[in-house]
Each structure stands twice: as C-alpha cells, then as structure tokens.
Design a binder for this molecule. Structure first.
Ligand code: GAP
Length: 514
C-alpha cells in the first residue's frame, strides 16, 4: 500500500489521529486512538520484556521529563543539538538545508532505480543487477553524482560549514518545493530543544528544557541504579519515555514528530570492550526486528557518515518505509562522553570500581535507541496490504488486511455471534467474551453481517475470529478463523483459551529472538 493509504487507514480504523483536529491540528503532533494505543503498548511490552526481563543484567527506570538545566549543557545538547536551517524568502517556508540536499540525492537514486527496473524487465531472468549498476553509463552517472553530493554534505555537516551548504543548494539549483523560487536566505543553526520556564525563578536561571532524548535520565542516575541494583559491569539500564524535538521538517506522519516516545537502553562496559558490545547489540537488535516477521530485505544497517558529538561508532537500522529506507533505530558507541561530562560539571565522582581489575573507571556506553512511533509506522506500513480472497459465495473479492504478528496485534480475538437478534447466541458469545477478556485482548462484535465483521477485524489486524453459531448451543464448540490462511476450524469452547494463548503468545515471540 502506498503511504497515503497507510495514513488514511490509520485514521479510519482508530490507530492515529492528528492532534487537536477540531482546531485545524498541531503539526507533527499525533494522538493514538483505541487500536493505536493497544498496538503501541504491545510494541513497548515486546521491547521491555526483550531488554529487561530477558537479561538479568539489564534493569529499568522511569526518569522525569524535566531535568536540571545543567544536564543539557553537560550532554552537549545546548551547544550542539542543532539542525541547519534555510528559509525561502518568497514563500517564507523554512526547511532543513541538509534535507533539501538529501531529497535531491534521493531523486538521483530514484532515476537510477527506474533505469535498473527498465533493464530488469528487458533482460528478464538473465538480468544481473550488480553488473548493470557497475557498467551502465547513465546509472553510473546518477549514482556517482548522488555519492559526490552526499559526501560533500557530510563534510559540511561535520565541519559546520553552513556557507558551503548554501553554495551546494545553489549549485544544484534546488527550488523551494512550495513556490518553486530559488531565493534563499543564508543557512543557520537552529537548536532543537523546546524550553519552558519554572514558575518561581525568573530569567535564564529558571529555564528548563523538555528532554530531547531519554538517555540523560539514565546517565545522571547511573550511580543510584548501580548501587541499588548491585549490578556489575557489563550491565544495562533501560527506559521508555517521551522525548521532544522542535523539528523543522514536520512531514511524513509519525516518522518525524515534535513529541514522541523513545525506547532506549544504555549498556555500561569496560573501556576498550565497547566495540565488542557494539557488534553484539547490532546483532541482537536486528534479530529483535526479524523475529516479528519483518522481511530481511526491508531492514539494513547504515553506518553514520556523520558521528554525533558523543560517539566513536554509530549505525542505524534502516527500514524500507513507503518513502524509502530511513532510520528506524540507532546503535551508538557513546564512549565515556556523557558520564565524564556529568562528572566534570556536577563535581561528583561518577565511577565504577571493577573488582576484577581492582580499579576505578568511568564506564563506556553502548546505546540502543529506537523510536516507538517509528516502530509503529514500520509495523503498520509493512503489514497493511490488499489481497484478493474468496468471499462467502466463493467469488473473488478484495480485502484490506493488516498481517501483524499475533503477539502484538491490538486485538487478539474477536467474538462474533452469527446473528445479533438471537439472545441464545449473543448470551453464549458474551459469556465466552467474559471468560477470555482478562487474559486475552478480545472484542465483542454483533453488528452487521458476519462477512463484514470479518473484514473489519482483518483491517485492524485481529489474528483470530471466533464465531458462535446455532451448533454451538448443542455441541459447545465454536469456529475459529485464521486471519492469514482464512482457514476455519471447529474447536470445543473449553479449549479456546489455551489455543488463543498459545497462538498469540508474547513469550514464544521473545524466545524466537534466539
Ligand atoms: N539517545 C540517542 C538518540 O536520541 P537519535 O538517533 O537522535 O538518538 C533515536 O534518536 C531514535 O529516536 C531514532 O532512531 C528514531 O527512531 C527516534 N526519533 C528521533 N527523532 C524522532 C522524531 N522527531 N520523531 C519520531 N521519532 C524520532
């Protein structure tokens, strides 16, 4: 399905609404609806259990969003958490200069892909993509130009060379997507942190930031957690919570939001052992994604061209979103930058005594950081599809279905009396629903013909529908329909709970990570 269809489906079926819609919305801020909140909670549970419950040496915290303002000075966010900004003087629209250049580079890649697709069609089975990419002049020119542009952009970003970034935009003749004008201001840095003011302290002293990453709540609590949990290095601290960034580019739905949720884990290791753990977490995190059923070809690693101020190695796990491969999760080797900076600015010793080495040191950190909302978007865009299936009369019909892994589906099972105006059926179905509801996320639905109810459940990803019919009243059995295979099986009611628990089991999913 294309991106537009994913966005409208998310609204129509109660997954995601734009914030404050009755006031014409607030850009890049979104609310989760009844199905959305269930799916989001399940994503968080899958992450939390795979990190905290699965590892004896990883513990959780829930730190506050507000932190002492010095936190953000020490972390480098006050000075360096900037995006390069450019305004178009005619349309008065504001853009990220690096994104304008990246979009230009994406277009070159799209042109190359178009040529490749044409050739693949022409040559059929004998087509060798690698050979074509390295020998076809036009493809080589497009991809070569793209690489040169991205390399120059990466150098500019690294050096903070805003003048050259503007020169690049002008040389590439990039026009304002809104007005078509090339009348640009200079490029300047824009800090992405939102700030607010404490009520009882005036001026700069009382300035507070809304955290732009959850990680700092972990760093400042390092000693508290290590001492109270008696963990020995290597060990990790995990956290799920809101983060805020004053993003300039407010597009692509929940991919880039101003208020979003992160699931972050900081793994504290001996200095010098960080690269080993970096590789370990790269592998683990990819397995976590694949265990959900995300196809391998939709996931890839992308090393950072531009390392953040705190990192000595960094990689993204990119996902093939409907608008192309983009960052879904980051794995960063953050050295001892954060703990050392907090040690320096707070004047408190933040060190670990390693009994095996018989010495104190500031631990190094490997971080895994994933946006819960981006994961949500990856899941719905990967699982939403249209299919041709036989309808009740055996004729071909089109259905919209979300093939979400059953363990994280918002609703696991729908309980459907065959018809609604027969109290003996609705009472029986209600009893089944009541017996299941505390252990399994179920939905009772008696409205409309059974075929329409199946379609409604397909569209929200419900893996199983249980139909209560007239035979149920005599044989105490129900029909269970599988969302993906459409197979229907007759099973006794007293075995229903255990079958559903087994088929939608989160622990089986966690075990499959390996
Ligand atoms: N603590 C490290 C850190 O914050 P990051 O790469 O800036 O690193 C980590 O962010 C993850 O948070 C990203 O991979 C992405 O999934 C998510 N994320 C970042 N900015 C976001 C935004 N504006 N909207 C939604 N998700 C975002």
């Amino acid at each position: 399905m294309d991106f537009k269809q994913v966005v409208s489906h998310a609204k129509e079926y109660g997954f995601i609404f734009q914030s404050s819609e009755i006031y014409d919305t607030l850009a890049a801020v979104y609310d989760y609806g009844p199905n959305g909140v269930e799916l989001k909670n399940n994503i968080k549970e899958y992450w939390w259990k795979s990190m905290v419950q699965r590892h004896e040496n990883i513990v959780g915290i829930d730190a506050a969003i507000f932190m002492h303002p010095k936190t953000w000075k020490a972390s480098g966010h006050v000075d360096a958490f900037n995006d390069p900004l450019i305004d178009n003087k005619d349309s008065k629209k504001r853009y990220r200069a690096d994104v304008l250049v990246e979009e230009y580079a994406d277009k070159l890649e799209a042109k190359a892909e178009k040529e490749i697709a044409k050739a693949a069609k022409r040559f059929g089975d004998s087509f060798d993509r690698d050979q074509y990419v390295t020998t076809n002049d036009r493809v080589k020119r497009y991809l070569g130009e793209r690489d040169t542009i991205l390399k120059r952009l990466a150098d500019d970003m690294k050096k903070g060379d805003l003048e050259d970034m503007k020169a690049l935009i002008e040389e590439l003749n990039i026009a304002c997507p809104e007005s078509g004008s090339r009348n640009w201001t200079d490029v300047r840095q824009f800090n992405l942190m939102f700030s607010t003011q404490l009520g009882n302290i005036a001026g700069e002293e009382g300035k507070l930031y809304l955290r732009p990453e959850t990680a700092q709540g972990i760093f400042v609590n390092f000693l508290n957690v290590q001492k109270t949990s008696r963990q020995k290095i290597p060990f990790g601290i995990a956290q799920i919570g809101k983060a805020f960034r004053n993003e300039i580019v407010a597009r692509q739905f929940i991919f880039r939001m101003r208020e979003f949720e992160q699931m972050e884990m900081q793994y504290f290791v001996r200095p010098g052992e960080e690269m080993e753990w970096y590789e370990y977490w790269k592998d683990m995190r990819l397995k976590w994604h694949k265990a959900l059923g995300t196809p391998a070809e939709k996931l890839r690693f992308h090393d950072h061209d531009n390392l953040a101020h705190y990192a000595n190695a960094a990689v993204d796990i990119q996902f093939d979103f409907p608008f192309g491969f983009r960052e879904l999760e980051g794995i960063h080797s953050r050295t001892d930058f954060d703990l050392s900076s907090h040690q320096e600015l707070s004047g408190r010793k933040i060190q670990y005594y390693d009994p095996a080495l018989e010495k104190n040191y500031v631990p190094f950190v490997v971080e895994t950081s994933i946006g819960c909302d981006r994961m949500f978007l990856a899941i719905i865009s990967n699982s939403l599809m249209e299919e041709t299936v036989p309808d009740a009369s055996g004729k071909d019909s089109t259905r919209t279905v979300m093939k979400i892994n059953p363990a994280i589906a918002p609703i696991k099972c729908a309980i459907l009396p065959l018809v609604k105006n027969k109290p003996e059926l609705t009472e029986k179905a209600t009893k089944i629903f009541d017996d299941l509801k505390f252990e399994i996320q179920c939905q009772y639905d008696e409205k409309d013909a059974i075929g329409r109810r199946y379609r409604r459940q397909d569209a929200i990803g419900t893996p199983f529908c249980v139909t209560v019919d007239f035979d149920t009243l005599t044989d105490d059995s129900v029909t269970i329909r599988d969302r993906d295979t459409l197979e229907q099986e007759r099973i006794p009611i007293n075995g229903l709970k255990s079958i559903l628990q087994e088929k939608t089991s989160m622990s089986a999913l966690l075990q499959s990570i390996g």
